[in-house]
Design a protein around this ligand. Structure first.
Ligand SMILES: Cc1cc2nc3c(=O)[nH]c(=O)nc-3n(C[C@H](O)[C@H](O)[C@H](O)COP(=O)(O)OP(=O)(O)OC[C@H]3O[C@@H](n4cnc5c(N)ncnc54)[C@H](O)[C@@H]3O)c2cc1C
Length: 343
């Protein structure tokens, strides 16, 4: 069933409708998982959609303006920003925020020093980037500390309040802006679909063929699916590269299906991970396809891989020619527009 499409004033543009199917693919992604933490929905900012990202951007600029004004008036001024969850998203966001706080004088906010903006990354696990190799997490911690970002590990947050956070050990941290970047869950309605198996985070449980366990005509992949990996207790991780590879496998399966052939068993191939620290640096590991060993990279080489990954994604979506045009437009836009968007 497809929900009605409404315009911005809530008027119905296209009514609710039903579609028949013989083969169904579900690929509706995920949203942040706040694990039911008290106060998270009321006081945290989430980054699941463009709308939420724009809201975060506006609130961040307002917080910078307010704190700069307070500094100008000679009042005590300190802006505390906390990021809950030190996966790739949380770590990269901390670096971007640090760069933004350093660029404020360029935009006339001369009374606010970068040191007046306190950025804290909080992770429940014993190290940041817990899903990635330890060497990456050591390098990332070193880089964040170099950028004056406070890194707290082994510290679960138990409650979010209006202007503070309560840690499990009872410590209260001031936080005027709190961003939730810890974990994902699939949309809740998936767990209520009749005749399909879902796990605790609402993901549809699928076989290696990406067919749902209870209905072979329904496929699911990407963040909304829990897919087993051979020789591993862990399902395929919710990452862009996994979703991309699954899309390729599913394409072959659907083509086979039309020809009455068997579905393809999906095997995840981890190509490595790259963490970008804004303009400062990039760190990462690349997996050797044949040896299966990972190679640590850092600095300009890692940055080059990071930039080319983004372009490869665009090539997959738009083809070479359009990606070339987008690349050129990005270059022009970077030369014409300020780095920190002020509205
Ligand atoms: C801020 C952020 C940064 C990230 N950075 C990285 C990164 O650097 N590297 C990496 O590997 N991964 C990253 N990820 C994770 C990555 O985005 C996901 O793993 C990937 O997008 C999953 O692909 P998907 O196709 O399953 O879901 P999505 O890309 O989320 O696509 C799902 C689509 O379905 C639509 N949809 C949702 N519900 C419905 C519905 N009921 N009906 C119809 N359509 C619906 C959504 O609007 C969306 O367009 C990041 C995620 C976030 C939030």
């Amino acid at each position: 069933m497809i929900a009605p499409f409404l315009d911005e004033e809530g008027r119905e543009v296209v009514p609710e409708r039903h579609l028949q199917y013989d083969t169904l693919v579900i690929a509706i992604g995920s949203t942040a998982n706040d694990f039911g933490t008290p106060g998270a929905q009321e006081h945290c900012l989430f980054l699941d959609s463009l709308k939420q990202a724009r809201r975060f951007h506006n609130l961040m600029l307002n917080a910078f303006l307010r704190t700069n004004h307070e500094a100008h008036q000679g009042h005590s001024h300190q802006l505390n920003i906390s990021i809950i969850g030190a996966g790739a998203t949380g770590v990269e966001l901390a670096a971007e925020l640090r760069l933004a706080s350093r660029e404020l004088p360029v935009y006339g906010m001369n009374h606010l020093q970068a040191s007046d903006v306190s950025i804290t990354v909080i992770e429940a696990a014993e190290r940041i980037l817990p899903a990635l190799p330890e060497r990456l997490s050591v390098a990332a911690t070193r880089e964040l500390e170099r950028q004056n970002v406070l890194v707290l590990t082994g510290q679960p947050v138990s409650e979010i309040r209006k202007n503070s956070l309560l840690m499990k050990d009872g410590t209260e941290l001031p936080s005027e802006m709190t961003i939730w970047a810890a974990g994902i869950k699939a949309p809740p309605f998936l767990a209520q679909l009749d005749g399909l198996e879902a796990n605790r985070t609402n993901q549809l449980v699928v076989q290696q063929t990406l067919q749902t366990t209870l209905d072979a005509n329904i496929f699911a992949f990407g963040d909304c699916a829990s897919c087993p990996q051979p020789n591993s207790d862990h399902p395929v991780p919710p990452r862009a590269q996994a979703a991309h590879q699954q899309a390729d496998a599913l394409f072959k399966t659907l083509r086979n299906r039309l020809q009455g052939k068997e579905p393809v068993a999906f095997v995840y191939n981890d190509h490595g991970s790259l963490i970008n620290f804004s303009r400062y640096t990039t760190v990462g590991n690349l997996m050797g396809n044949l040896s299966g060993r990972s190679m640590y990279i850092e600095g300009k080489v890692a940055r080059l891989f990071y930039a080319s990954l983004y372009r490869m994604h665009q090539v997959a979506l738009h083809g070479f020619l359009r990606t070339g045009v987008i690349w050129l437009m990005d270059k022009i836009s970077r030369a014409m527009h300020p780095r920190l968007k002020m509205h």
